[in-house]
Design a protein around this ligand. Structure first.
Ligand SMILES: Nc1ncnc2c1ncn2[C@@H]1O[C@H](COP(=O)(O)OP(=O)(O)O)[C@@H](O)[C@H]1O
Ligand SMILES: [Mg+2]
Ligand SMILES: [Zn+2]
Length: 508
């Protein structure tokens, strides 16, 4: 007898449907799973056996073969247990196989027959056909509900599930989703005093989707500013919320029981984080890394220069293509990774750099320190500013509250709407070839850029970046159709660190 049951498994940042075929025949009693199961998946045999016996079913003394199709992708974990158990019951005639049609079963089994959540349930359900009825463990029901418009059913254990399937009892009621937890480390701009340059850099980065570099001594407020950035970005739309929630689910990072993630994520991996944890991958299964978890939000790399050069180099692919490709002998998986990058660094090994002549570093050691940052990665950071520590008066007098996040976010939203009208998601994505048309310069603006290029303060590569940032500043300004001289001047000011890095990385 053969039966077919639907389930799903995780592959990178996505769920993939899996068809569980169970074949029972005469022959030497045995239980074999084929179709690239990993170790945990293969152990299903023992769990399924105990769960069936605990639920009052017999274990067939026959030859059982389970095939997990498609056979080319690896099946990880215990989430296919439930489908295998039901397939076995259907194949032996203990359950009417027609009751299983149209359903997708996702869950692990306890030895007592209890249903346990399959890791990544949100991602798994998001990959199921919208017409499917999805059956999950009680602990995963909110994840399943949040993931789409599927019919979601749950049961505590195998016995309850079978009774509900054949109509002997109603399905247990579903619990509603809890709101996603608030990020307690988030910073509101109303608590950032002074620091005009930093605040402006943040606003422009948020409005134009420009990657940002903050250079400054310890205590200048780099971390504080970075933590304020997600609050300036618009809340995630339906598509982005689904995508980000799915990635977090597939990585096992979703708070259980919550609904869709509506706030842009903020990820701040430490520089000692492994390349796999940062970019995704893994030996047994391919899991999304921090770069993917930051999708539609902010990836903050504090002490940028301390990250291994190979990692910084590998970041170029997500910055360019919006994804990380993990290639294996057998498979190649694309993990989405579209984020706003914020890097922070001290200006030199001692940390004090330009400030008050306090730096004790030699030009050579400074150059060595900064050279780790230079090159292709820095080329992609449109806004680069050198921050000074906040003025004592700004910290102490507190005359008036600084403008709050909500007010700045409103300007950011208006500027983003102008960029969207141009057909790009943000100005950072304006193609160089179309700058002339989509970000026209007025005569004075053009003259200013020409002077800077001629004087060598602006490199040809830097030109495109200044141009895009100037477009964003004009958008924040509201009225301007063409980009004016003041916008270009302001954009040049938001590149102070680029100039500093260029002069300092040339050893004296
Ligand atoms: N402009 C500022 N307004 C208010 N507090 C500030 C400001 N700059 C720094 N601080 C305070 O100093 C602390 C250290 O700032 P932090 O962001 O950690 O600096 P950095 O990351 O540059 O070393 C912050 O937590 C905050 O309390
Ligand atoms: Mg810091
Ligand atoms: Zn120094």
């Amino acid at each position: 007898m053969l039966s077919v049951v639907r389930s799903a498994t995780l592959l990178g940042a996505h769920g993939r449907s899996v068809t569980v075929e169970v074949h029972v025949s005469n022959g030497l009693p045995g239980f074999t799973i084929v179709g690239l199961p990993d170790a945990a998946c293969r152990e299903a045999r023992d769990r399924v056996r105990a769960a069936l016996l605990s639920s009052g079913h017999a274990w067939p003394l026959r030859r059982v073969t389970v095939n997990l199709a498609p056979s080319g992708i690896r099946k990880a974990g215990a989430g296919l247990d439930l489908a295998m158990a039901l397939g076995l019951l259907a194949a032996t005639g203990a359950v009417d196989g027609r009751l299983l049609d149209g359903c997708v079963f996702l869950g692990e089994l306890g030895l007592d027959g209890a249903l346990r959540p399959a890791p990544g349930t949100f991602a798994l359900v998001a990959s199921c056909p919208a017409t499917a009825t999805v059956v999950v463990a009680p602990g995963a029901q909110q994840d399943a509900v949040a993931a789409g418009s599927h019919r979601v059913r749950t049961a505590r254990d195998l016995r309850e599930l079978l009774e509900a399937l054949d109509g002997r009892r109603p399905w247990p009621a579903l619990r509603p989703c809890a709101p996603a937890p608030v990020d307690r480390a988030a910073v509101d701009l109303s608590s950032v005093h002074g620091q005009e340059l930093g605040r402006r850099a943040l606003e422009v980065a948020a409005a134009g989707g420009h990657h940002l570099l903050l250079v400054g001594p310890p205590g200048a407020g780099k971390t504080m500013l970075a933590r304020a950035l997600p609050g300036l970005l618009p809340p995630l739309g339906d598509v982005e919320a689904l995508e980000t929630s799915r990635i977090h689910s597939a990585a096992g990072m979703r708070p259980p029981g919550s609904g869709l993630l509506r706030r842009p994520p903020f990820r701040a991996p430490h520089h000692a984080t492994t390349p796999v944890a940062l970019l995704g991958g893994g030996t047994a299964t391919i899991r999304p890394g921090e770069a993917s978890l930051a999708t539609n939000g902010v990836l903050f790399l504090d002490e940028l220069g301390e990250f291994p050069a190979a990692v910084l180099d590998a970041l170029r692919q997500p910055l360019e293509d919006g994804m990380v490709r993990v290639a294996r002998a057998r498979e190649s998986v694309d993990l989405p990774a579209r984020f706003l990058l914020v890097g922070a660094t001290n200006p030199c090994p001692c940390g004090w750099g330009v400030h008050a002549g306090a730096c004790r570093c030699t030009p050579a050691s400074r150059a060595r320190y900064l050279r780790r940052l230079s090159g292709p990665l820095l080329d992609r950071l449109d806004v680069q500013v050198v921050l000074s520590p906040p003025e004592p008066d700004a910290l102490l007098s507190h005359s008036g509250t600084p403008e709050a996040t909500a007010a700045v976010a409103a300007r950011v939203a208006a500027a983003r709407a102008r960029a969207a009208a141009r057909g790009v998601c943000s100005n950072a994505a304006l193609p160089t070839a179309e700058l002339e048309v989509l970000a026209p310069l007025d005569d004075a603006a053009r003259a200013l850029l020409r002077r800077r290029l001629a004087g060598g303060e602006l490199t040809p590569r830097g030109l495109g970046r200044v141009w895009r940032v100037a477009r964003t500043i004009a958008d924040l300004d509201g009225a301007a159709e063409a980009v004016g001289e003041s916008h270009v001047a302001a954009a040049l000011e938001l590149r102070g660190a680029a100039t500093l890095l260029r002069t300092w990385t040339v050893p004296a």
